[in-house]
Design a protein. Structure first.
Length: 237
């Protein structure tokens, strides 16, 4: 199975390309700073990996992208690039939940654990987190809660789940102090590991039906809101 995966939902641009399947699969990957640089570098890096793998876009079985939640601009970029490439390749598109990808990345770096309960976190900016619960068992993931947008203090830790994500530098002191924490991002390689099961479950869609998952419509704070938050931070003991 030949798969191209990309994620630009955070401040890291992540691309991975799988040629072949199972033990014979070859993996080509690239990660770099994202954000404002993504629109300039994403397509050239995809073309470079395709050339390294000696693949044409018509050879791809699917194009996988991190659908969200995450950066508003990053999600739009990943979706539009995946759609455009899929139209040209006549390939389906597989949107993947970025919080599920965080959970999978945490599992992979936790010794490829066969059982794991994860509360995945992504920094949503504006003093908030995206979060959802997942459990890995019997070779697959199940989602234990819907995606939530919360203040760090609103996270309810059940005493067992690993916390995985990228919000610890900003909000670590405001999260459950005793929870095991794993820094993890929704990488393109995590998307590739998730893709076979999701494709088998029929989660792929035609290119024109691929959509980002924004969770919230508001993407920035007003000047007054920023000033209020700064004042409150300055007044904190």
């Amino acid at each position: 199975m030949n798969l191209l995966a990309l994620d630009t939902s955070t401040d890291v641009m992540s691309i991975a390309l799988q040629r072949g399947a199972d033990d014979a699969a070859a993996l080509f990957q690239h990660s770099a700073a994202g954000g404002a640089q993504t629109s300039t570098h994403l397509i050239p890096e995809i073309l470079r990996l395709m050339a390294l793998a000696q693949l044409r876009f018509a050879d791809l079985d699917a194009i996988v992208f991190g659908a969200g939640p995450g950066s508003f601009t990053g999600l739009r970029t990943a979706c539009s690039v995946a759609q455009g490439l899929a139209f040209g390749a006549a390939a389906p598109v597989l949107p993947v939940d970025t919080l599920l990808a965080v959970a999978e990345e945490a599992r992979y770096h936790n010794g490829d654990a066969q059982t794991l309960a994860v509360t995945a976190l992504l920094d949503a900016r504006m003093d908030e987190l995206y979060t959802a619960d997942f459990v890995f068992a019997r070779g697959g993931w199940t989602q234990g809660s819907s995606v939530r947008l919360i203040k760090p203090e609103q996270l309810v830790w059940n005493g067992t789940n690993v916390l995985a994500g990228n919000g610890f530098d900003s909000y670590g002191a405001r999260l459950a102090p005793l929870a095991t924490r794993i820094t993890a991002l929704p990488t393109a390689t995590a998307l590739l590991r998730l893709a076979p099961a999701l494709l088998a479950a029929g989660a792929a869609v035609p290119a024109e039906q691929a959509l980002p998952s924004y969770i919230r419509d508001k993407v920035a704070q007003t000047t007054r809101e920023r000033a209020t938050i700064k004042a409150l931070a300055g007044a904190a003991p």
